[in-house]
Design a protein around this ligand. Structure first.
Ligand code: FES
Length: 104
């Protein structure tokens, strides 16, 4: 099971300026590419780093600490030293409300 949580105003998440939110036990990064929004774990899977402090190139997230890279659509690790995927979450937008689906 899972449940939906309203986490931000969609308009507040700009492409290239991701937003970190704390929701329940998660630190979530919210991303935008055009009129698509994505949600991933904000914590890099390699070591301690907040991914929103890194760089965004399209769908690609570049970790600020060692340059590991991830695909925000799937969480897949794309570049060493990141080797383990990060969690991703389903997203929906209703009006200007951005919702993500969290596991129970
Ligand atoms: S902490 Fe992100 S690549 Fe090392």
């Amino acid at each position: 099971m899972a449940h939906w949580v309203k986490v931000a105003a969609a308009s507040a998440v700009k492409e290239g300026a991701p937003v970190a939110v704390s929701v329940e036990d998660w630190e979530i990064a919210l991303w935008r590419v055009g009129n698509q929004w994505f949600a991933t774990d904000d914590l890099c899977s390699h070591a301690e780093a907040s991914l929103v402090e890194g760089e965004q190139q399209g769908y690609r997230i570049i970790c600020p600490r060692h340059g590991g890279q991830f695909d925000m659509r799937t969480g897949a690790a794309l570049r060493f030293p990141a080797a383990t995927p990060i969690a991703t979450f389903r997203v929906k937008v209703e009006g200007d409300d951005l919702w993500i689906e969290l596991p129970d």
